[in-house]
Design a protein around this ligand. Structure first.
Ligand code: NBX
Ligand code: IMP
Length: 825
C-alpha cells in the first residue's frame, strides 16, 4: 500500500456501489453538514460530487508526481476561455463508475439523472474557441500528455439568456452561488500582478542599461485547481484558474488615514478583474478591464510556469525543452512581452538570448480572419497600463523591422508586418506580436489556414514561410458521443466494441453496417429516442408541441451575421409559404430548431433572434401548416443544452458565408451523432465532405473564392437578385410589411436594409436559391428513411478523424514536441 497519509480510509474510496453509498452518506453529514432528512437535491449533488472527487485525488497527485519524476516537458494551454460545462457525468464516465454511482444513488432513493441536473453548467467561454479548449483538456489527459490549462476563474460566466416578449434579455450567470465541489482553492499559490506605474532606466553593475517598473498597482492572482480526468482515469491533469485578490499593502494607505470605506472599495475594485467573462465573441469590446484580464492571467500563468521549471532547473536555456506554451488566439499574446520582461529585466538575460527562448517556447493558434475580431490595443492604453511592455514591444518591433528591411522589403510591406498599426490612432497588432514571438502559428481547418496565408498574415507568411501550419479542430468523443448519446453509443459498442471511445477511427468498422437493415432500424430507434427527449424539452421550455416524426433541422451556434441564421429564417418562411400554397403536396414535416446567444451589444444579432421568435409565433399557431412546420428557438444555449440537441438532430445547418467560419466544431458534433449536413464549403465542412463523401452531404452555394470576389468587386447587386427570385422577394416583403410584427411593422427594417442598400455583405441573397434547392434535395432524401439512414450511418462512421485526440496528437508531435507520460501499471 501507498505509505502516504490518506485522510479517508481506503474503503471509503472503493469503486463499488456500497463504497459510494457509504461515502455519500458520510459526506452529506461531515462535508455538507446535513442529515438525510434535511438534505435537498442540491445537497445530494454536492455530496456525490465530493464523493467522486475523493476517488480522483490519489491518481491526480500520482500524475503530478510522475511528471516531476520524468522531468517531462509540459504543455501549457493559455486560454481566456474554458467552456467545460458540467463535470459529473464526465467524471463518472471517464472513471468508469457510472453504473456503481447510479446504483448507489438508487439505494438512497435518488435518481442519477436528477442529481446530474443540479450541477450548474460552467460557462467560462463564449463558444467554439472556449469549448475547443475544454475538448483539448480532455484529449491531453486521455492521451497521457502532461497538459495544463491556464485561465480565469470568472465569478460570472457567459450571461444566461432569456427571452422576454421574444427579445433576448441577459441575466448574470452566478455559477458559483452554491459552491463548486470540483475545485480546490490554493490560497497559498498567489502571485502579484502589476499594472500602471512608470519605468525607470538605470545602469546595472556592468554599466548596461536596465529597466525598473515601479510605482505600480498590484493585484494578487490566486489559484483554483480542477482535476481533468482522462478517459480510463489513469492520467488526471490540472486546470488552473486564477482569481483576483486584493493585496493587503495598497489599501493600508487609506486605512491609516482612517478611510476604511475607501480601503474596502479599493479591494472590491481590484477583485473585479476576475468578476465577469466578456460576452463578445468575434467583435472586440476594446475595454481596459478586458486588457487587464488578459495580462492578469497571462502574467500569473507565466510566473507559475517559471516557478515549476526553476524548481528543478537552473538558468533558462532548457525552458523550450521543458515547456510549450500555446496561445489560444491572441488573448494571451501579451505573454510574449511578459516572458521577455521576466527574462531580461528580472533574470538579466541578454535580449537575443531571451528572444530565442521566447520564440521556441510559444506557439499561437488563430481562430478568426474577421477584421473586426483581430485584437489591436491602442498604444496609449498599453503604454498606460503596461508601460514596460510597451517599450519591449517597440524593441521587438524595431529589431524585427530592421531584419525585414535588410531583405530589401518595401515600405508597404514594412507597414503591414509592423507590430504597430499606424493608421488612425496607433494600435498594437496582437496577431503580429503572437506571430513573430512564436515558432509555429496554426489555423484550425485546411481552408482557414490557406486563407491565413493569403490574407491577414500574407506578408508575415512570406517572411516566415515555414511558420504557418494547419491543425484542423476536433471534438472529444467522450463528451460528444459516449456521455451524451447513450442510445447510439451502446448500439455502436454492441457491434464494434468500445475501442472507439479512445480511438475514434475504429468507427470506420461501422461502414458496412449501413447496408445492414437491422442495424439501420436500431440506428433509427436510437435517434428517435433522442428526439423524444428533445421534443419533451421543447414542450416544457416553449410550450410548443413537435412531432418526433418530423425532420429535426438544427442550427445551434452563436448568433452572427456571418453564420447566417437569417438565411435559414428566409428559407423557413419560403417553405411556410409553399406549404400554405400547395396543401395537397406530400410535404416532409419539419421542425426548425434554433439556439444561440447574441452578444449583448450586437443589435443585428438580437434582432435576428426576435425575428425567429416572431416567425415562430405566426407559424406555430397557423392551422394550415399544422403537423407540417414548427419552429423552436430554445433559450440559453450552452454545453448542457448542446448535449441534448446534438444527439437528436437529423439535419445540421452549417451555412456560413464561405471563407468566414474558421472551422466550426458543432458541425463535427452533429455529424458524429448521425445528422446529415447542409452546408457551404467553409471551414471544416470541406474536410467533413472529404471524409463522408460528397454524396452523403448537402453542399451548396458560393465557394470562398467566389464569395471573396463578389464581396470585393462592385458588380453584385442584391436588389436584382431579390427581384429575380419571387419566393425570396415574398419572404422579404412579408418581414418588411410587418406580417410577423404587426405590433411594430418596421421592426425589421435594419435587417432588410442590410440585405438591400447595405449590399448584403454576407451574401444571403446570393446563396438563397442554391440553399433552397439543397433543402429540396434534403426533403427528397428524408422521404426515404432507408436511404437517409444509410447516409446517416456513413456520417457517424466517417467522423473518426475529427476526434480532438487526433488534433492533439498532431499538436504534440508537430508543434509541442511532447510525449505521453504514462503511469506504471
Ligand atoms: O473558434 C471560433 C470560430 O469562429 C470557429 O470557426 C472555430 O471552430 C472555433 C474553434 O477554433 N471562434 C470563437 O469561438 N471565438 C470566440 O469565442 C471569441 C471570444 C472572444 C473574443 C473573440 C472571439 N474576443
Ligand atoms: P506543481 O506542478 O509544481 O504545481 O505542483 C503540484 C504538486 O506536485 C505539489 O503540490 C506537490 O504535491 C507536487 N510536487 C511539487 N514539486 C514536486 C517534485 O519536485 N516532485 C514531486 N512532486 C512535486
Amino acid at each position: 500500500m501507498d505509505a502516504r497519509y490518506n485522510p479517508r480510509s481506503l474503503e471509503h474510496r472503493g469503486l463499488d456501489t456500497e463504497a459510494f453509498k457509504r461515502s455519500f452518506l458520510e459526506g452529506l453529514v461531515y462535508t455538507v453538514g446535513k442529515d438525510t432528512r434535511a438534505a435537498t437535491r442540491r445537497d445530494w449533488f454536492t455530496t456525490s460530487a465530493f464523493g467522486v472527487r475523493d476517488r480522483l485525488v490519489d491518481r491526480w497527485m500520482e500524475t503530478t508526481r510522475n511528471y516531476y519524476k520524468a522531468d517531462a516537458k509540459r504543455v501549457y494551454y493559455l486560454s481566456l476561455e474554458f467552456l467545460i460545462g458540467r463535470l459529473m457525468t464526465n467524471s463518472l464516465a471517464n472513471l468508469g463508475v457510472m453504473q456503481a454511482v447510479g446504483d448507489a444513488l438508487d439505494g438512497l432513493g435518488l435518481r442519477l439523472g436528477d442529481i446530474v441536473d443540479m450541477e450548474p453548467d460552467a460557462a467560462l467561454g463564449n463558444g467554439g474557441l472556449g469549448r475547443l479548449a475544454a475538448c483539448f483538456l480532455d484529449s491531453m489527459a486521455t492521451l497521457g500528455l502532461p497538459g495544463y490549462g491556464y485561465g480565469i476563474r470568472y465569478e460570472f460566466g457567459l450571461f444566461e439568456q432569456r427571452f422576454e416578449h421574444g427579445w433576448q434579455v441577459e441575466h448574470p450567470e452566478h455559477w458559483l452561488q452554491f459552491g463548486n465541489p470540483w475545485e480546490f482553492p490554493r490560497p497559498e499559490i498567489l502571485y502579484p500582478v502589476q499594472f500602471y506605474g512608470r519605468v525607470e532606466e538605470t545602469r546595472d553593475s556592468m554599466g548596461e542599461r536596465a529597466y525598473k517598473w515601479i510605482d505600480t498597482e498590484r493585484v494578487l492572482a490566486m489559484a483554483f485547481d480542477t482535476p481533468v480526468v482522462g478517459y480510463g482515469g489513469k492520467t488526471i491533469n490540472t486546470l488552473r484558474l486564477w482569481s483576483a485578490r486584493a493585496t493587503s499593502d495598497f489599501h493600508f494607505g487609506h486605512f491609516n488615514d482612517g478611510d476604511y470605506m475607501k480601503a474596502v472599495e479599493q479591494k472590491i475594485l481590484s477583485e473585479n478583474l476576475s468578476r465577469v467573462l466578456y460576452p463578445n465573441d468575434a467583435t472586440d469590446a476594446g475595454r481596459e478591464l478586458r486588457f487587464k484580464q488578459e495580462y492578469f492571467f497571462t502574467s500569473a500563468s507565466l510566473q507559475d510556469i517559471l516557478r515549476r521549471y526553476s524548481q528543478h532547473h537552473s538558468g533558462f536555456d532548457l525552458l523550450p525543452e521543458k515547456a510549450a506554451i500555446q496561445l489560444n488566439d491572441t488573448h494571451p499574446a501579451i505573454g510574449i512581452a511578459e516572458l521577455m520582461r521576466l527574462l531580461v529585466d528580472k533574470h538579466a538575460l541578454q535580449w537575443e538570448h531571451a528572444w530565442d527562448i521566447t520564440q521556441r517556447t510559444f506557439s499561437y493558434t488563430n481562430h478568426t480572419l474577421l477584421p473586426e475580431a483581430l485584437e489591436a490595443w491602442p498604444v496609449r492604453l498599453v503604454e498606460r497600463v503596461l508601460p514596460r511592455h510597451m517599450q519591449i514591444i517597440y524593441e521587438i518591433n524595431g529589431r524585427f523591422l530592421q531584419k525585414v528591411q535588410a531583405r530589401k522589403s518595401d515600405a508597404a510591406t514594412l507597414s503591414k508586418v509592423s507590430l504597430i498599426d499606424e493608421n488612425g490612432d496607433r494600435r498594437v497588432r496582437m496577431g503580429n506580436l503572437a506571430f513573430i514571438g512564436s515558432h509555429k502559428v496554426n489555423g484550425v481547418s485546411g481552408l482557414h489556414t490557406e486563407l491565413m496565408k493569403q490574407t491577414v498574415f500574407a506578408d508575415l507568411h512570406t517572411e516566415f514561410p515555414e511558420r504557418i501550419n494547419n491543425k484542423t479542430n476536433g471534438i472529444t468523443p467522450r463528451r460528444w458521443l459516449h456521455q451524451s448519446n447513450k442510445p447510439l453509443s451502446d448500439l455502436i459498442t454492441s457491434r464494434i466494441g468500445s475501442g472507439w471511445i479512445r480511438n475514434l477511427e475504429e468507427l470506420e468498422a461501422l461502414k458496412p453496417r449501413a447496408e445492414d437493415e437491422v442495424f439501420r432500424e436500431e440506428f433509427r430507434r436510437a435517434k428517435r429516442q433522442n428526439k423524444k427527449r428533445l421534443a419533451a424539452l421543447i414542450g416544457r421550455e416553449l410550450n410548443v408541441e413537435v412531432s418526433v416524426d418530423s425532420m429535426f433541422d438544427v442550427q445551434v451556434k452563436r448568433i452572427h451575421e456571418y453564420k447566417r441564421q437569417l438565411l435559414n429564417v428566409l428559407q423557413t418562411i419560403a417553405l411556410y409559404n409553399d406549404m400554405r400554397d400547395s396543401q395537397t403536396v406530400n410535404w416532409v414535416p419539419v421542425t426548425k430548431i434554433f439556439a444561440g446567444k447574441a452578444a449583448p451589444s450586437y443589435h443585428m444579432a438580437k434582432l435576428t433572434l426576435k425575428l425567429i421568435n416572431d416567425v415562430a409565433k405566426v407559424v406555430n399557431q397557423d392551422p394550415s401548416v399544422r403537423g407540417l412546420l414548427k419552429i423552436a428557438l430554445l433559450p440559453n444555449y450552452n454545453v448542457t443544452l448542446a448535449e441534448i440537441i446534438m444527439p437528436a438532430a437529423d439535419l445540421s445547418e452549417q451555412i456560413s458565408t464561405a471563407g468566414m467560419e474558421a472551422s466550426g466544431t458543432g458541425n463535427m458534433k452533429l455529424a458524429l451523432n448521425g445528422a446529415l449536413t447542409i452546408g457551404t464549403l467553409d471551414g471544416a465542412n470541406v474536410e467533413i465532405r472529404d471524409a463522408v463523401g460528397p454524396e452523403n452531404i448537402f453542399i451548396f452555394g458560393l465557394t470562398a473564392e467566389e464569395a471573396g470576389a463578389l464581396r470585393h468587386g462592385n458588380a453584385y447587386n442584391p436588389r436584382d437578385v431579390i427581384a429575380a427570385n419571387p419566393p425570396l422577394k415574398r419572404a422579404l416583403d412579408m418581414i418588411a410589411s410587418g406580417v410577423f410584427s404587426p405590433d411594430d411593422p418596421h421592426r425589421y427594417r435594419p435587417l432588410i436594409q442590410a440585405l438591400t442598400d447595405g449590399g448584403d455583405s454576407f451574401l444571403v441573397t446570393a446563396d438563397f436559391q442554391a440553399y433552397r434547392e439543397a433543402h429540396e434535395a434534403v426533403a427528397d432524401l428524408y422521404r426515404n428513411p432507408d436511404q437517409w439512414t444509410r447516409k446517416a450511418v456513413i456520417n457517424t462512421a466517417s467522423m473518426g478523424w475529427f476526434s480532438s485526440d487526433r488534433t492533439i496528437a498532431e499538436y504534440a508531435s508537430e508543434i509541442w514536441n511532447v510525449e505521453p507520460v504514462l503511469p506504471e501499471e
